[in-house]
Design a protein around this ligand. Structure first.
Ligand code: FMN
Length: 155
């Protein structure tokens, strides 16, 4: 199975999470993992085979990070049919921003659902003020999510 991590980040935390997941999944049979920063992406990335995991933080007033903006806007503008796409979301945020907690991940989840993609598992919401390190949360969560992804996309 191919698994593509799509990373939206401002200060690198989401990238750290992606690195940790790659490490945790290293050695899993028949799994090819690739991490892409969202900077240069457009909606055509979803033409790839396999499953996707969006790992993104939240900035501004509940916005996606700067490096995710053009990718997110491209999805909203082009509205491709993503009914063949299976994806997960690991969102990063901070509950101090109560009104917009984890909206970066939520925005991607909402647009992917609108375009017909099907989520694997629940959307994860890391909280920076919880005291739990996001990469630790990811490593624990990643095993279960990978099992769900393999069920969703039999080899
Ligand atoms: C200026 C600023 C604005 C933020 N706005 C939000 C927000 O609206 N909602 C939220 O849940 N988190 C918000 N956060 C928290 C970040 O999403 C969180 O710290 C995250 O772990 C950063 O990840 P990154 O280093 O990958 O960008 C904000 C952080 C900063 C510094």
């Amino acid at each position: 199975m191919k698994l593509t991590l799509l990373v939206g980040t401002m200060t690198g935390t989401a990238q750290l999470v992606a690195q940790e997941l790659e490490l945790a999944w290293d050695g899993s049979d028949d799994l090819q993992v690739e991490t892409l920063l969202m900077d240069q992406l457009d909606s055509s990335v979803f033409e790839r085979d396999g499953v996707f995991l969006v790992v993104t933080s939240t900035y501004g007033q509940g916005d996606v990070p700067d490096n995710a903006r053009s990718f997110y806007e491209d999805l909203k503008a082009k509205r491709p049919d993503l009914s063949r796409v299976r994806y997960g979301v690991f969102g990063l945020g901070d509950r101090t921003y109560a009104e917009t907690f984890n909206f970066g991940g939520k925005r991607f989840d909402d647009i992917l659902q609108e375009l017909g993609a099907q989520r694997i598992g629940e959307r994860v919401q890391h909280d920076a003020s919880s005291g739990v390190l996001p990469e630790e949360m990811a490593a624990e969560w990643g095993e279960g999510w990978l099992a769900l992804a393999k069920e969703a996309v039999p080899a």
